[in-house]
Design a protein around this ligand. Structure first.
Ligand SMILES: [Zn+2]
Length: 278
């Protein structure tokens, strides 16, 4: 268990994670940090919060950040957790207890939270909504569609949804787990795990194409360059939205993640062949 979970004094220095909140689209606000993201999607019936960063900075970045941009955290109705690692689930227990927000997470990741109470101390929301593939979380006329994308963790979730840019609908693909965070150094189970990851990336490429997504969001602001893009928004004028990279580039992202995983998988397949020859 990371020390900062029970001992706030061991949290990393504020200057290493603090970032200003930002209104990015008409109905989507960045309330994350320099490295990890949290997003507030506003609707006529309340707020859907996507990812909750760490226990040590969710209070300042999410609760404080929302207040700074004029949103009331009491209106959070749903909290979507892309996967049960401390950089995304960190504030979920607090938000559920304080605002009675419903928490949505993948089944296997709910199981991890139940199985390892010590690892999830202060960040264990009570088991609530188990995500299913294609499930829609809806408030008012706004929906987030959930896609099961196992790989980074067995319960990793990704999303597609629509935001408004000065009234114009813009489609977003949100990737819930990018890194190869699974056992991958031996042919068994590495080859299989890479295949699960590749299949999920392929699925998101298809979902992004089907919804004509032109914006890619990652749950790490270090991956989608959110903090710099937020600064660019201020000087945008009548120019293009800095987050809107176009449908081709969104596809390219999911092709690259598949390609990298396939390369790593091929190395393991070679290793398996060499082992049988010996
Ligand atoms: Zn993770």
């Amino acid at each position: 268990m990371p020390g900062y979970v029970t001992n706030p004094a061991s949290a990393p220095a504020r200057e290493s994670w603090y970032a200003e909140p930002a209104k990015v689209f008409d109905n989507l606000y960045f309330v994350g940090g320099q490295v990890h993201s949290a997003w507030a999607l506003t609707t006529s019936e309340g707020i859907i919060l996507i990812d909750t960063i760490f226990p040590y900075n969710s209070e300042e970045l999410i609760v404080g950040g929302m207040q700074k941009v004029g949103l009331d955290p009491k209106n959070i109705k749903y909290v979507l957790i892309s996967h049960a690692h401390s950089d995304h689930i960190g504030g979920a227990e607090m938000l559920q207890a304080r605002y009675r927000a419903h928490v949505v997470m993948g089944g296997p990741d709910w199981d991890s939270v139940a199985k390892y109470p010590n690892r999830y101390k202060t960040m264990a929301p009570k088991r609530d909504i188990v995500a299913t593939d294609g499930m829609k979380v809806t408030l008012g006329t706004t929906s987030v569609t959930i896609w099961l994308t196992p790989g980074h963790t067995p319960g990793t979730l990704s999303y597609t949804f629509t935001v408004l840019d000065r009234g114009r609908p813009v489609n977003v693909a949100y990737s819930g787990g990018t890194a190869f965070n699974f056992v991958n150094n031996t042919p068994d189970p590495g080859i299989k795990n890479f295949q699960i990851y590749i299949d999920s990336q392929q699925k998101m490429a298809e979902r992004a194409a089907a919804t004509r997504a032109t914006v890619l969001l990652a749950n790490h602001s270090e991956f989608d360059n959110a903090v710099n893009k937020n600064r660019m928004l201020a000087g945008r004028g009548s120019g293009a939205h800095p987050y809107e990279i176009g449908a081709d580039w969104v596809q390219r992202h999911f092709q690259v993640t598949q390609g990298c995983a396939r390369a790593a998988q091929l190395r393991l397949e070679q290793k398996a062949v060499e082992t049988t020859k010996r």
